[in-house]
Design a protein around this ligand. Sequence first.
Ligand code: NDP
Length: 335
Amino acid sequence: LKKFIDGIPKENDMEIKIEKIQLHPPNNNENDSILVKNLYLSCDPYMRGRMRDFHGSYIPPFVPGQALEGYGVALVVNSDNPDFKPGDFVAGITGWEDYSLIRRTEQLRKITPDDDIPLSFHFGLLGMPGLTAYAGFFEVCSPKKDEYVLVSAASGAVGQLVGQLAKLHGCYVVGSAGSSKKVDLLKNKLGFDEAFNYKDEPDFDAALKRYFPQGIDIYFDNVGGDMLDAALGNMKVFGRIAACGMVSLHSLSDPQNMRNLYNIVIKRIKMQGFVQSDYLDLFPRFLEDVTSYYKQGKIVYIEDVKEGLESGPSALAGLFSGKNVGKQVIRLTHQ
Ligand code: NDP
């Protein structure tokens, strides 16, 4: 990251630097550091928040001039830490760099390669976005069979799993997404009952009335803004809204014209914000359930894999214009 930014990230807010790596962790009496070779890196919308000089969030800002950090999968090449040995595969927080010297190893977990599970799934389907979908849908939305569910950013890392979990739970699911290709994926690959391209809908309220003539029981909100406002106006009495993210807001100071907020009162809607890390106790159950759904072919997971660290800045910026089709992954190509 060159310097703190306002609004959405652009490719040239970041730069690639070449620096020497230390093949051996320095012997500085911090007997717990490990050196890893990064294999896959995750692009996630929350990273935008860390590019601002704002300290009031649940996670501190990045340090300008230094490599970004984020979720990744890596191979341990050297270790001062008895819990990790060369050859171990790990998933968790690492640097946006070819090799990283990691001291905060508590943010890593060892993973066992499995021929049936792509390594990058450990920060997608089986990682942070997966837990977000699982905890947000089951814990925050309290779903019941036959309920009507709307998911926004529905083809993304979180949304695609929310919709499939809702289908497995016996709900009727409609997804909104930003291109006809994504709408086609939702309907024909991910099993959504209906899907629409919100960019083709001049009036979100009219679109939701068309897709939910009986009203919405559950809105899993990934975007905030106008779609949230339209959903509020179309919720059923005692509906639930999981406030997961607000990727449509370009900055937190964007004016929000929430004409329909009063529906929360008159329809006794429960709207709850949540952060997946509040639900880490669910992680073992989530991992077991979702791994088994995947291996049984009950769910699929779409990834958008870009090659090389140099593709990172444009891939990260692309999340905010919907360039990614599915979970955005960077695969590092080591020379
Ligand atoms: P995605 O993989 O869905 O990528 C972001 C997507 O957002 C884009 O592909 C695009 O899809 C959509 N988007 C971008 N700009 C806009 C816009 N102006 N209006 C509407 N949609 C837009 O990301 P994730 O699945 O990883 O994240 C989805 C949401 O969940 C984000 O808001 C994120 O911050 C939040 N989140 C929250 C967590 C929590 O613990 N609460 C944890 C993880 C994620 P399209 O083409 O359909 O517009």
